[in-house]
Design a binder for this molecule. Structure first.
Ligand code: BG6
Length: 509
Protein backbone atom coordinates (compact mmCIF):
# COMPACT_ATOMS: atom_id res chain seq x y z
CA UNK A 1 0.00 0.00 0.00
CA UNK A 2 1.30 3.47 -0.75
CA UNK A 3 1.99 5.93 2.06
CA UNK A 4 -0.56 8.72 2.52
CA UNK A 5 0.83 11.93 1.01
CA UNK A 6 0.13 13.93 4.15
CA UNK A 7 3.03 12.15 5.88
CA UNK A 8 5.48 13.99 3.65
CA UNK A 9 7.50 16.66 5.49
CA UNK A 10 6.17 20.23 5.17
CA UNK A 11 8.25 22.10 2.58
CA UNK A 12 9.79 25.21 4.10
CA UNK A 13 10.45 28.48 2.33
CA UNK A 14 13.69 30.26 3.13
CA UNK A 15 13.82 34.00 3.92
CA UNK A 16 14.56 36.37 1.07
CA UNK A 17 18.11 37.77 0.88
CA UNK A 18 19.25 41.27 1.99
CA UNK A 19 17.69 44.24 0.20
CA UNK A 20 16.20 47.72 0.47
CA UNK A 21 12.72 48.26 -0.88
CA UNK A 22 12.26 51.79 -2.20
CA UNK A 23 8.63 52.82 -2.44
CA UNK A 24 8.07 55.59 -4.97
CA UNK A 25 4.73 57.14 -4.11
CA UNK A 26 5.32 55.57 -0.73
CA UNK A 27 2.90 57.85 1.13
CA UNK A 28 -0.07 56.59 -0.87
CA UNK A 29 -2.91 54.17 -0.60
CA UNK A 30 -1.26 51.06 -2.04
CA UNK A 31 1.63 51.28 0.42
CA UNK A 32 -0.67 51.61 3.40
CA UNK A 33 -3.37 49.17 2.38
CA UNK A 34 -1.37 46.40 0.74
CA UNK A 35 2.39 46.66 0.77
CA UNK A 36 3.04 47.27 4.47
CA UNK A 37 0.49 44.69 5.64
CA UNK A 38 2.05 42.22 3.16
CA UNK A 39 5.51 42.89 4.60
CA UNK A 40 4.08 42.40 8.07
CA UNK A 41 2.66 38.98 7.13
CA UNK A 42 5.90 38.01 5.40
CA UNK A 43 7.93 38.85 8.49
CA UNK A 44 5.49 36.94 10.66
CA UNK A 45 5.96 33.93 8.41
CA UNK A 46 9.74 34.20 8.84
CA UNK A 47 10.31 35.14 5.20
CA UNK A 48 12.04 38.51 5.62
CA UNK A 49 15.68 38.71 6.67
CA UNK A 50 17.01 41.11 9.28
CA UNK A 51 19.03 42.72 6.50
CA UNK A 52 16.05 44.58 5.13
CA UNK A 53 15.04 48.25 5.01
CA UNK A 54 12.30 50.37 3.45
CA UNK A 55 12.60 53.82 1.98
CA UNK A 56 9.53 55.85 1.09
CA UNK A 57 10.03 58.48 -1.63
CA UNK A 58 7.18 60.94 -2.08
CA UNK A 59 6.40 64.59 -2.41
CA UNK A 60 4.52 64.98 0.86
CA UNK A 61 6.18 67.06 3.58
CA UNK A 62 6.59 64.53 6.37
CA UNK A 63 9.18 64.06 9.08
CA UNK A 64 10.66 60.59 9.47
CA UNK A 65 8.51 60.08 12.58
CA UNK A 66 5.36 61.13 10.73
CA UNK A 67 6.15 58.82 7.83
CA UNK A 68 6.81 55.89 10.14
CA UNK A 69 3.54 56.59 11.91
CA UNK A 70 1.68 56.71 8.58
CA UNK A 71 2.91 53.25 7.62
CA UNK A 72 2.29 51.78 11.05
CA UNK A 73 -1.25 53.12 10.85
CA UNK A 74 -1.61 51.21 7.54
CA UNK A 75 -0.58 48.02 9.32
CA UNK A 76 -2.95 48.59 12.23
CA UNK A 77 -5.89 49.27 9.93
CA UNK A 78 -5.31 46.58 7.36
CA UNK A 79 -3.83 43.60 9.14
CA UNK A 80 -6.39 41.02 10.28
CA UNK A 81 -6.52 40.23 13.98
CA UNK A 82 -4.33 41.57 16.77
CA UNK A 83 -1.13 43.22 15.57
CA UNK A 84 2.11 41.89 17.06
CA UNK A 85 4.02 44.83 18.53
CA UNK A 86 7.40 43.15 18.03
CA UNK A 87 6.89 42.91 14.27
CA UNK A 88 5.65 46.49 14.05
CA UNK A 89 8.71 47.64 16.01
CA UNK A 90 10.98 45.59 13.77
CA UNK A 91 9.48 47.18 10.65
CA UNK A 92 9.39 50.71 12.07
CA UNK A 93 13.07 50.87 12.86
CA UNK A 94 14.00 50.09 9.27
CA UNK A 95 11.68 52.62 7.58
CA UNK A 96 13.22 55.78 6.05
CA UNK A 97 11.83 58.65 4.05
CA UNK A 98 13.01 60.87 1.21
CA UNK A 99 10.81 63.86 0.51
CA UNK A 100 11.16 65.07 -3.04
CA UNK A 101 9.85 65.59 -6.51
CA UNK A 102 10.45 62.82 -9.06
CA UNK A 103 11.68 65.50 -11.50
CA UNK A 104 14.37 66.68 -9.11
CA UNK A 105 17.73 65.03 -9.74
CA UNK A 106 18.84 66.38 -6.33
CA UNK A 107 16.22 64.21 -4.60
CA UNK A 108 17.65 61.13 -6.31
CA UNK A 109 21.09 62.24 -5.11
CA UNK A 110 19.70 62.29 -1.56
CA UNK A 111 18.17 58.86 -2.11
CA UNK A 112 21.52 57.54 -3.27
CA UNK A 113 23.27 58.91 -0.16
CA UNK A 114 20.63 57.43 2.12
CA UNK A 115 20.84 54.02 0.43
CA UNK A 116 24.60 53.94 0.95
CA UNK A 117 24.11 54.69 4.66
CA UNK A 118 21.40 52.02 4.95
CA UNK A 119 23.68 49.46 3.33
CA UNK A 120 26.22 50.17 6.08
CA UNK A 121 23.73 50.16 8.88
CA UNK A 122 21.49 47.24 7.86
CA UNK A 123 23.83 45.07 5.80
CA UNK A 124 21.52 45.30 2.76
CA UNK A 125 24.38 44.69 0.30
CA UNK A 126 23.36 47.27 -2.32
CA UNK A 127 20.37 45.22 -3.52
CA UNK A 128 17.48 47.55 -4.29
CA UNK A 129 13.88 46.81 -5.16
CA UNK A 130 12.20 49.92 -6.56
CA UNK A 131 8.43 49.75 -6.29
CA UNK A 132 6.68 52.31 -8.47
CA UNK A 133 3.44 52.80 -6.54
CA UNK A 134 2.74 55.91 -8.60
CA UNK A 135 0.47 56.87 -11.48
CA UNK A 136 1.90 55.42 -14.71
CA UNK A 137 2.72 58.90 -16.05
CA UNK A 138 5.71 58.86 -13.66
CA UNK A 139 7.14 55.46 -14.67
CA UNK A 140 9.40 56.77 -17.37
CA UNK A 141 10.63 59.75 -15.37
CA UNK A 142 11.52 57.68 -12.31
CA UNK A 143 13.27 54.98 -14.32
CA UNK A 144 15.23 57.67 -16.21
CA UNK A 145 16.30 59.25 -12.94
CA UNK A 146 17.36 55.86 -11.58
CA UNK A 147 19.37 55.30 -14.73
CA UNK A 148 21.03 58.72 -14.64
CA UNK A 149 22.00 58.45 -11.00
CA UNK A 150 23.50 54.98 -11.51
CA UNK A 151 20.92 53.46 -9.17
CA UNK A 152 19.65 50.99 -11.78
CA UNK A 153 23.02 49.52 -12.55
CA UNK A 154 23.70 45.94 -11.47
CA UNK A 155 27.33 45.24 -10.77
CA UNK A 156 29.51 43.24 -8.42
CA UNK A 157 26.70 40.83 -7.71
CA UNK A 158 24.18 43.49 -6.58
CA UNK A 159 20.74 43.39 -8.05
CA UNK A 160 18.43 46.26 -8.93
CA UNK A 161 14.81 45.52 -9.80
CA UNK A 162 11.88 47.72 -10.71
CA UNK A 163 8.29 46.76 -9.94
CA UNK A 164 5.52 48.47 -11.87
CA UNK A 165 1.79 48.19 -11.45
CA UNK A 166 -0.69 48.20 -14.32
CA UNK A 167 -1.80 49.93 -16.48
CA UNK A 168 1.10 49.02 -18.77
CA UNK A 169 0.11 51.49 -21.47
CA UNK A 170 -3.40 52.26 -22.67
CA UNK A 171 -3.17 50.55 -26.05
CA UNK A 172 -0.66 48.58 -28.11
CA UNK A 173 1.39 51.58 -29.21
CA UNK A 174 1.73 53.09 -25.76
CA UNK A 175 2.54 49.68 -24.24
CA UNK A 176 5.27 49.19 -26.84
CA UNK A 177 6.57 52.71 -26.17
CA UNK A 178 6.61 52.09 -22.42
CA UNK A 179 8.46 48.79 -22.84
CA UNK A 180 10.94 50.52 -25.10
CA UNK A 181 11.51 53.34 -22.61
CA UNK A 182 11.94 50.94 -19.68
CA UNK A 183 14.40 48.85 -21.63
CA UNK A 184 16.49 51.89 -22.53
CA UNK A 185 17.53 51.83 -18.85
CA UNK A 186 16.76 48.32 -17.60
CA UNK A 187 17.22 44.77 -18.84
CA UNK A 188 13.94 42.86 -19.18
CA UNK A 189 14.99 40.60 -16.27
CA UNK A 190 15.06 43.69 -14.00
CA UNK A 191 11.43 44.60 -14.78
CA UNK A 192 8.66 43.09 -12.65
CA UNK A 193 5.22 43.95 -14.04
CA UNK A 194 2.70 43.10 -11.34
CA UNK A 195 -0.72 41.68 -12.01
CA UNK A 196 -2.18 41.25 -8.56
CA UNK A 197 -4.46 38.44 -9.81
CA UNK A 198 -1.39 36.25 -9.98
CA UNK A 199 -0.92 36.75 -6.24
CA UNK A 200 -4.23 34.99 -5.54
CA UNK A 201 -3.82 31.42 -4.32
CA UNK A 202 -6.56 29.96 -6.49
CA UNK A 203 -5.08 31.58 -9.57
CA UNK A 204 -1.72 30.04 -8.77
CA UNK A 205 -3.52 26.76 -8.20
CA UNK A 206 -4.72 26.68 -11.81
CA UNK A 207 -1.45 25.23 -13.06
CA UNK A 208 -1.25 22.73 -10.22
CA UNK A 209 -4.83 21.67 -10.77
CA UNK A 210 -4.30 21.20 -14.49
CA UNK A 211 -0.88 19.63 -14.51
CA UNK A 212 -0.52 17.82 -11.17
CA UNK A 213 -3.60 15.69 -11.83
CA UNK A 214 -3.82 12.96 -14.39
CA UNK A 215 -7.53 13.10 -15.07
CA UNK A 216 -8.14 16.60 -16.42
CA UNK A 217 -5.43 17.25 -18.96
CA UNK A 218 -6.47 14.54 -21.46
CA UNK A 219 -9.93 16.10 -21.77
CA UNK A 220 -8.79 19.74 -21.65
CA UNK A 221 -9.20 20.44 -25.35
CA UNK A 222 -11.58 21.02 -28.25
CA UNK A 223 -12.55 17.37 -28.47
CA UNK A 224 -14.21 17.43 -25.04
CA UNK A 225 -14.70 21.06 -24.07
CA UNK A 226 -17.75 22.85 -25.45
CA UNK A 227 -16.78 26.33 -24.28
CA UNK A 228 -15.10 28.26 -21.48
CA UNK A 229 -16.45 31.20 -19.50
CA UNK A 230 -14.43 33.61 -17.41
CA UNK A 231 -16.33 36.04 -15.20
CA UNK A 232 -14.93 38.76 -12.97
CA UNK A 233 -17.95 40.48 -11.46
CA UNK A 234 -17.56 43.22 -8.88
CA UNK A 235 -20.11 44.71 -6.56
CA UNK A 236 -17.96 47.80 -6.14
CA UNK A 237 -18.44 50.86 -8.29
CA UNK A 238 -15.54 53.14 -9.22
CA UNK A 239 -15.13 54.37 -5.62
CA UNK A 240 -12.86 57.41 -5.54
CA UNK A 241 -11.15 56.51 -8.83
CA UNK A 242 -13.54 58.24 -11.23
CA UNK A 243 -10.78 60.30 -12.84
CA UNK A 244 -8.65 57.27 -13.68
CA UNK A 245 -11.60 55.13 -14.67
CA UNK A 246 -13.03 57.69 -17.08
CA UNK A 247 -9.82 57.33 -19.09
CA UNK A 248 -9.54 53.57 -18.71
CA UNK A 249 -12.98 51.91 -18.78
CA UNK A 250 -13.66 48.26 -18.01
CA UNK A 251 -11.94 46.87 -21.11
CA UNK A 252 -8.54 48.47 -20.45
CA UNK A 253 -8.85 48.18 -16.67
CA UNK A 254 -9.52 44.45 -16.51
CA UNK A 255 -9.28 42.53 -19.78
CA UNK A 256 -5.72 42.64 -21.19
CA UNK A 257 -4.41 42.04 -17.69
CA UNK A 258 -6.51 40.15 -15.14
CA UNK A 259 -8.92 38.34 -17.47
CA UNK A 260 -6.23 37.42 -19.97
CA UNK A 261 -4.04 36.07 -17.19
CA UNK A 262 -6.90 33.81 -16.13
CA UNK A 263 -7.44 32.83 -19.74
CA UNK A 264 -3.74 32.14 -20.30
CA UNK A 265 -3.47 29.90 -17.24
CA UNK A 266 -6.62 28.05 -18.28
CA UNK A 267 -5.64 27.56 -21.90
CA UNK A 268 -1.83 27.44 -22.09
CA UNK A 269 0.21 24.34 -22.88
CA UNK A 270 2.14 22.71 -20.01
CA UNK A 271 5.42 24.53 -19.45
CA UNK A 272 8.55 22.41 -18.99
CA UNK A 273 9.12 23.83 -15.51
CA UNK A 274 7.94 26.58 -13.20
CA UNK A 275 10.92 28.68 -14.27
CA UNK A 276 9.88 32.19 -15.25
CA UNK A 277 10.77 31.93 -18.91
CA UNK A 278 9.19 28.49 -19.34
CA UNK A 279 5.84 29.68 -17.92
CA UNK A 280 5.89 33.02 -19.68
CA UNK A 281 6.77 31.46 -23.05
CA UNK A 282 3.61 29.36 -22.88
CA UNK A 283 1.50 32.33 -21.80
CA UNK A 284 2.82 34.41 -24.67
CA UNK A 285 2.09 31.59 -27.13
CA UNK A 286 -1.52 31.16 -26.10
CA UNK A 287 -2.24 34.90 -26.09
CA UNK A 288 -0.64 35.23 -29.50
CA UNK A 289 -2.95 32.46 -30.71
CA UNK A 290 -6.11 34.46 -29.91
CA UNK A 291 -7.59 35.83 -33.12
CA UNK A 292 -7.75 39.63 -32.95
CA UNK A 293 -11.37 40.30 -33.98
CA UNK A 294 -12.24 41.91 -37.31
CA UNK A 295 -14.48 45.02 -37.15
CA UNK A 296 -17.51 42.83 -37.98
CA UNK A 297 -16.58 40.45 -35.19
CA UNK A 298 -16.20 43.34 -32.76
CA UNK A 299 -19.77 44.31 -33.58
CA UNK A 300 -21.11 40.78 -33.25
CA UNK A 301 -18.97 39.44 -30.40
CA UNK A 302 -18.45 42.26 -27.94
CA UNK A 303 -20.85 43.99 -25.58
CA UNK A 304 -20.22 47.10 -23.52
CA UNK A 305 -22.30 48.54 -20.75
CA UNK A 306 -22.47 51.28 -18.18
CA UNK A 307 -24.32 51.04 -14.89
CA UNK A 308 -27.30 53.13 -14.00
CA UNK A 309 -28.55 53.79 -10.48
CA UNK A 310 -29.81 50.65 -8.78
CA UNK A 311 -29.85 48.61 -5.60
CA UNK A 312 -27.26 46.12 -4.35
CA UNK A 313 -29.70 45.00 -1.66
CA UNK A 314 -33.30 46.04 -0.99
CA UNK A 315 -32.14 48.91 1.22
CA UNK A 316 -28.81 49.65 -0.43
CA UNK A 317 -29.35 52.08 -3.28
CA UNK A 318 -26.35 53.26 -5.25
CA UNK A 319 -25.99 56.05 -7.82
CA UNK A 320 -25.41 55.72 -11.56
CA UNK A 321 -21.84 55.75 -12.87
CA UNK A 322 -22.48 59.18 -14.37
CA UNK A 323 -23.27 60.51 -10.90
CA UNK A 324 -20.03 59.24 -9.34
CA UNK A 325 -17.40 61.80 -8.31
CA UNK A 326 -14.94 62.63 -11.09
CA UNK A 327 -17.21 61.20 -13.80
CA UNK A 328 -18.71 63.28 -16.64
CA UNK A 329 -22.50 63.62 -16.60
CA UNK A 330 -22.62 62.30 -20.18
CA UNK A 331 -19.75 59.83 -19.82
CA UNK A 332 -19.42 57.15 -22.48
CA UNK A 333 -16.96 55.08 -20.50
CA UNK A 334 -17.92 51.43 -20.20
CA UNK A 335 -18.14 49.81 -16.77
CA UNK A 336 -19.02 46.38 -18.20
CA UNK A 337 -17.66 44.34 -21.05
CA UNK A 338 -18.40 40.90 -22.46
CA UNK A 339 -16.43 39.28 -25.27
CA UNK A 340 -16.39 36.10 -27.25
CA UNK A 341 -12.88 35.11 -28.32
CA UNK A 342 -11.40 32.25 -30.29
CA UNK A 343 -8.00 30.72 -29.66
CA UNK A 344 -6.76 29.59 -33.00
CA UNK A 345 -4.54 26.64 -32.08
CA UNK A 346 -4.76 22.85 -32.17
CA UNK A 347 -5.97 22.54 -28.60
CA UNK A 348 -8.72 25.13 -28.74
CA UNK A 349 -9.69 25.78 -32.38
CA UNK A 350 -13.50 26.18 -32.50
CA UNK A 351 -14.01 26.42 -28.70
CA UNK A 352 -15.43 29.82 -27.76
CA UNK A 353 -14.02 31.62 -24.73
CA UNK A 354 -16.61 33.99 -23.28
CA UNK A 355 -15.25 36.69 -20.98
CA UNK A 356 -17.16 39.24 -18.95
CA UNK A 357 -16.37 41.74 -16.28
CA UNK A 358 -18.30 44.60 -14.77
CA UNK A 359 -18.70 46.92 -11.86
CA UNK A 360 -21.83 47.18 -9.71
CA UNK A 361 -22.97 43.70 -10.60
CA UNK A 362 -25.34 41.65 -8.45
CA UNK A 363 -22.51 40.08 -6.43
CA UNK A 364 -18.75 39.80 -6.32
CA UNK A 365 -17.72 36.66 -8.12
CA UNK A 366 -14.68 35.58 -10.07
CA UNK A 367 -14.91 32.18 -11.65
CA UNK A 368 -13.89 30.07 -14.60
CA UNK A 369 -16.40 27.64 -16.04
CA UNK A 370 -15.22 24.80 -18.26
CA UNK A 371 -18.27 23.31 -19.89
CA UNK A 372 -17.81 19.89 -21.46
CA UNK A 373 -19.66 18.60 -24.48
CA UNK A 374 -23.09 17.11 -24.08
CA UNK A 375 -23.06 13.30 -24.25
CA UNK A 376 -24.92 11.50 -27.07
CA UNK A 377 -28.53 10.96 -26.13
CA UNK A 378 -29.52 7.76 -27.94
CA UNK A 379 -29.49 5.47 -24.90
CA UNK A 380 -32.05 7.68 -23.19
CA UNK A 381 -34.48 8.16 -26.07
CA UNK A 382 -37.08 5.76 -24.77
CA UNK A 383 -36.87 6.97 -21.15
CA UNK A 384 -38.38 9.81 -19.16
CA UNK A 385 -35.10 11.70 -19.38
CA UNK A 386 -35.70 14.84 -21.43
CA UNK A 387 -32.14 15.98 -21.87
CA UNK A 388 -28.70 15.27 -20.50
CA UNK A 389 -26.89 18.02 -18.72
CA UNK A 390 -23.28 18.54 -19.77
CA UNK A 391 -20.56 18.20 -17.15
CA UNK A 392 -19.19 21.41 -15.83
CA UNK A 393 -16.08 22.23 -13.92
CA UNK A 394 -16.23 25.51 -12.02
CA UNK A 395 -13.06 27.04 -10.63
CA UNK A 396 -14.05 29.68 -8.10
CA UNK A 397 -11.40 32.33 -7.57
CA UNK A 398 -13.27 34.67 -5.21
CA UNK A 399 -14.90 35.33 -2.85
CA UNK A 400 -15.09 31.64 -1.81
CA UNK A 401 -12.21 29.81 -3.34
CA UNK A 402 -12.83 26.31 -4.56
CA UNK A 403 -13.52 23.91 -7.37
CA UNK A 404 -16.65 21.99 -8.19
CA UNK A 405 -17.48 19.39 -10.77
CA UNK A 406 -21.07 18.75 -11.75
CA UNK A 407 -22.34 15.55 -13.24
CA UNK A 408 -25.58 13.70 -13.81
CA UNK A 409 -26.73 10.96 -11.44
CA UNK A 410 -29.69 8.64 -11.38
CA UNK A 411 -32.50 9.90 -9.20
CA UNK A 412 -33.43 6.98 -6.90
CA UNK A 413 -36.65 5.20 -7.84
CA UNK A 414 -38.09 2.77 -10.35
CA UNK A 415 -38.39 5.33 -13.17
CA UNK A 416 -35.14 6.32 -14.88
CA UNK A 417 -34.54 9.96 -14.20
CA UNK A 418 -31.34 11.97 -14.00
CA UNK A 419 -30.44 14.90 -11.79
CA UNK A 420 -27.41 17.18 -11.61
CA UNK A 421 -25.12 16.74 -8.58
CA UNK A 422 -21.89 18.43 -7.50
CA UNK A 423 -18.54 17.35 -6.15
CA UNK A 424 -17.26 20.32 -4.24
CA UNK A 425 -13.89 21.36 -2.89
CA UNK A 426 -13.54 24.44 -0.72
CA UNK A 427 -10.13 25.90 -0.04
CA UNK A 428 -11.16 27.37 3.29
CA UNK A 429 -12.72 24.13 4.55
CA UNK A 430 -9.77 22.04 3.55
CA UNK A 431 -6.78 24.27 4.20
CA UNK A 432 -8.21 26.96 6.50
CA UNK A 433 -7.78 30.63 5.69
CA UNK A 434 -4.53 32.51 6.20
CA UNK A 435 -5.01 36.28 6.37
CA UNK A 436 -3.22 37.81 3.39
CA UNK A 437 -3.31 40.83 1.11
CA UNK A 438 -2.46 38.91 -2.06
CA UNK A 439 0.86 40.76 -2.33
CA UNK A 440 2.92 38.46 -0.09
CA UNK A 441 4.02 35.94 -2.72
CA UNK A 442 4.58 38.68 -5.26
CA UNK A 443 6.86 40.75 -3.01
CA UNK A 444 8.71 37.68 -1.79
CA UNK A 445 9.25 36.50 -5.37
CA UNK A 446 10.64 39.91 -6.45
CA UNK A 447 13.08 39.81 -3.58
CA UNK A 448 14.08 36.29 -4.57
CA UNK A 449 14.37 37.23 -8.24
CA UNK A 450 11.64 34.85 -9.38
CA UNK A 451 9.68 36.50 -12.19
CA UNK A 452 7.34 33.56 -12.91
CA UNK A 453 4.27 35.42 -11.66
CA UNK A 454 5.12 38.68 -13.42
CA UNK A 455 4.25 39.86 -16.88
CA UNK A 456 6.86 39.87 -19.60
CA UNK A 457 6.86 42.58 -22.27
CA UNK A 458 5.72 40.24 -25.07
CA UNK A 459 2.83 38.92 -22.96
CA UNK A 460 1.63 42.48 -22.34
CA UNK A 461 1.92 43.34 -26.02
CA UNK A 462 0.15 40.15 -27.14
CA UNK A 463 -2.77 41.10 -24.88
CA UNK A 464 -3.03 44.62 -26.28
CA UNK A 465 -2.89 43.20 -29.82
CA UNK A 466 -6.12 41.31 -29.15
CA UNK A 467 -7.99 44.23 -27.61
CA UNK A 468 -6.68 46.85 -30.07
CA UNK A 469 -9.39 46.28 -32.73
CA UNK A 470 -12.06 46.50 -30.02
CA UNK A 471 -10.70 49.79 -28.67
CA UNK A 472 -10.52 51.16 -32.22
CA UNK A 473 -14.03 50.24 -33.19
CA UNK A 474 -15.54 51.31 -29.90
CA UNK A 475 -13.94 54.72 -30.11
CA UNK A 476 -15.11 55.13 -33.72
CA UNK A 477 -18.68 54.16 -32.76
CA UNK A 478 -19.53 55.71 -29.39
CA UNK A 479 -22.23 53.87 -27.44
CA UNK A 480 -25.74 55.23 -27.81
CA UNK A 481 -27.60 53.36 -25.14
CA UNK A 482 -25.61 54.14 -21.97
CA UNK A 483 -26.49 53.61 -19.18
CA UNK A 484 -27.79 50.17 -20.12
CA UNK A 485 -27.79 48.11 -16.94
CA UNK A 486 -28.96 48.75 -13.42
CA UNK A 487 -26.49 48.59 -10.57
CA UNK A 488 -27.04 45.28 -8.80
CA UNK A 489 -28.02 43.42 -11.98
CA UNK A 490 -26.16 40.91 -14.16
CA UNK A 491 -25.16 43.48 -16.75
CA UNK A 492 -26.77 44.52 -20.04
CA UNK A 493 -29.27 42.27 -21.81
CA UNK A 494 -26.96 42.05 -24.83
CA UNK A 495 -24.43 40.18 -22.71
CA UNK A 496 -27.03 37.43 -22.24
CA UNK A 497 -27.69 37.42 -25.97
CA UNK A 498 -24.01 36.91 -26.73
CA UNK A 499 -24.45 33.40 -25.33
CA UNK A 500 -28.09 32.65 -26.03
CA UNK A 501 -27.49 33.25 -29.74
CA UNK A 502 -25.02 30.34 -29.52
CA UNK A 503 -27.50 28.19 -27.54
CA UNK A 504 -25.60 28.72 -24.28
CA UNK A 505 -25.94 30.74 -21.12
CA UNK A 506 -23.77 32.36 -18.50
CA UNK A 507 -23.16 30.04 -15.63
CA UNK A 508 -23.32 27.29 -18.21
CA UNK A 509 -25.60 24.24 -18.94
C1 BG6 B 1 -7.81 46.48 -10.36
C2 BG6 B 1 -8.74 47.37 -11.12
O1 BG6 B 1 -6.70 46.16 -11.14
O2 BG6 B 1 -8.50 45.28 -9.99
C3 BG6 B 1 -9.96 47.68 -10.29
O3 BG6 B 1 -8.08 48.55 -11.49
C4 BG6 B 1 -10.62 46.42 -9.80
O4 BG6 B 1 -10.88 48.47 -11.03
C5 BG6 B 1 -9.61 45.49 -9.14
O5 BG6 B 1 -11.62 46.77 -8.88
C6 BG6 B 1 -10.22 44.13 -8.84
O6 BG6 B 1 -9.37 43.40 -8.02
P1 BG6 B 1 -9.93 42.29 -7.02
O7 BG6 B 1 -8.69 41.66 -6.47
O8 BG6 B 1 -10.76 43.00 -6.01
O9 BG6 B 1 -10.75 41.36 -7.86
Amino acid sequence: MSEPESDLPEPTATPAGPSVMVLFGGAGDLTQRKLLPALYYLRRAGLLPDELALVGFANRELSLEQYRELLVQGIREHVDGPVEAAIVGWLTERIYYVQGDFRDAGAFGRLQGLLAEIDQEHGTDGNYLYYLATPPSFFRLIVDQLGRSGLAEEKEGRWRRVVIEKPFGRDLESAQALNHELRAVLAERQIYRIDHYLGKETVQNLLVFRFANGIFEPIWNRRYVDHVQITVAEELGVEHRGGYYEEAGALRDMVPNHLFQLLALTAMEPPNSFAAEAVRNEKAKVLQAIQPPTPEEVLARTVRGQYDAGALAPDLHVPAYRAEPGVAADSRTETFVALKLQIDNWRWGGVPFYLRTGKRMARRMTEIVIQFKRPPFMLFRATQVGRLTPNQLVIRIQPEEGISLSFGAKVPGPVLQTGGVNMDFSYAEHFGVQPATGYETLLYDCMKGDATLFQRADVVEAAWTVVAPILDLWSALPPRSFPNYAAGSCGPADAEKLLTQDGRRWGGQ
